[in-house]
Design a protein around this ligand. Structure first.
Ligand SMILES: Cc1cc2nc3c(=O)[nH]c(=O)nc-3n(C[C@H](O)[C@H](O)[C@H](O)COP(=O)(O)OP(=O)(O)OC[C@H]3O[C@@H](n4cnc5c(N)ncnc54)[C@H](O)[C@@H]3O)c2cc1C
Length: 376
């Protein structure tokens, strides 16, 4: 006697199955479809909606604040830092061409890095390297210089306790919800089966195929791609990927809001931007690295209070607002900043560890893993 599960024609042997429906998983599915028009492709997601980082992120289309890149260039060769920036920049262009600027509500309003009084050494360092980075970035980012001194605009943005500011004209912001809606719609229109609310419990390598075990039943697939990012250790405990919770809050609308654009502070541990007349602020993971190494999506009092203090003292001094929304998501971090895209065994692949730059890196990483699967 067949169960409803076993007689579902949808689930007859699948060619390519992607576990995880974030930006990486969905983009991988689209690229597989383009190259394999007749293949049976499925994306399996544990939640009713994608529920890791892609639906929770702050919408920064960024490729690295100057002080972070300077710090990176002390740990690795300069040309590798530039390659990393190029990969992020090109990845973002790929997302734009995949979905179109209108669908993701892209605003190319530029990004800022803000330095406080106590960070004199850090911003002097950043300013000293600015020209070198501008020269290198000119090779692949058309137009004027990318980084410039924007200290004179601190007052215009309404910021307090800021000492210096660097502008990056090539960064922008997107509407994350719209981006994910557009991606899901595109995947569904591409004759790809999407199974939501179905956590994958186990992946069994049977040599000639993979068995994907869920509580509803099991599915057989020729090739599986793990695109679960911060949750990767469930299937691949040997990889250098740890979950990192990121917490966010959003204010009510503020009629006299001066802030416009995307901002990074404290080496990127804090990030804020305007969302229309609201302000979104996230970060504070550095206050409790151990506690924030978790897949829990609860927000914590300690970090939320710290974010509120930052809002009141530095970002929105003297303004009237309430906090309308708070949430948390899971990033995938490791010792290195590059994503891990590789073949684990003949039928198993992974594309994980997107860090805090999945908006810029997600599309190119999805494309890269699809290429790897098809090349096999
Ligand atoms: C609060 C926050 C703010 C951020 N801000 C920015 C930003 O401004 N700019 C930027 O570039 N990046 C930002 N990021 C990072 C960015 O969102 C991620 O790098 C990117 O979304 C990762 O995409 P992904 O597809 O690899 O993973 P995810 O979007 O995490 O997708 C993985 C999916 O796998 C699913 N899954 C996990 N386990 C299973 C299982 N067993 N079975 C089935 N499904 C499973 C999850 O539910 C999830 O939907 C932020 C992240 C967070 C959390």
């Amino acid at each position: 006697m067949f169960s409803y599960w076993e007689q579902s024609t949808w689930l007859e042997k699948i060619d390519y199955c992607i576990v995880g429906s974030g930006i990486v998983g969905l983009t991988a599915a689209l690229h597989l479809r383009r190259k394999a028009p007749k293949a049976r492709i499925a994306v399996i997601e544990r939640s009713a909606l994608p529920n890791g980082a892609s639906t929770k992120n702050a919408g920064f289309a960024c490729f690295g604040s100057l002080s972070e890149l300077v710090a990176d260039s002390r740990k690795m060769p300069f040309h590798e830092v530039i390659q990393l920036i190029e990969k992020r920049y090109n990845g973002f262009q790929l997302l734009r061409s995949e979905l179109g600027d209108a669908a993701i509500e892209l605003e190319l309003c530029g990004g800022y890095e803000v330095f406080r009084h106590a960070e004199k050494e850090s911003y002097e360092d950043a300013f000293a390297f600015m020209e070198q980075f501008n020269r290198a970035l000119k090779e692949f980012i058309p137009g004027e210089v990318v980084y410039s001194d924007a200290t004179y605009r601190i007052g215009e943005m309404g910021l307090k306790h800021a000492e210096a500011m660097v502008f990056n004209r090539a960064e922008g912001q997107i509407n994350t919800g719209k981006m994910m809606d557009a991606l899901i719609r595109k995947v569904q229109q591409s004759n790809i089966t999407m199974l939501f609310g179905l956590p994958v419990l186990e992946l069994v390598d049977e040599g000639t195929q993979m068995q994907i075990i869920t509580k509803e039943g099991s599915i057989k697939a020729s090739k599986v791609v793990i695109a679960t990012n911060g949750f990767a250790s469930q299937f691949l405990p040997e990889l250098d990927v740890k979950p990192a919770r990121a917490q966010v809050l959003v204010t009510s609308e503020i009629n006299d809001l001066q802030l416009k654009g995307t901002f990074h502070l404290d080496e990127g541990y804090y990030y804020f931007r305007n969302v229309g007349k609201r302000v979104l602020l996230g970060g504070g993971r550095n206050l409790d690295f151990e506690g924030e190494t978790t897949t829990s999506h609860d927000v914590t009092l300690h970090i939320q209070e710290n974010l509120e203090e930052l809002l009141m003292e530095m970002i929105l001094p003297g303004k009237k607002y309430t906090i309308d929304y708070r949430w948390a998501g899971t990033m995938g971090l490791g010792d290195e900043k590059r994503p891990i895209v590789k073949q684990i065994s003949p039928n198993l692949f992974c594309a994980v560890r997107m860090g805090g730059m999945g908006v810029a890196l997600g599309s190119s990483t999805g494309k890269e893993v699809a290429g790897l699967v098809l090349a096999d």
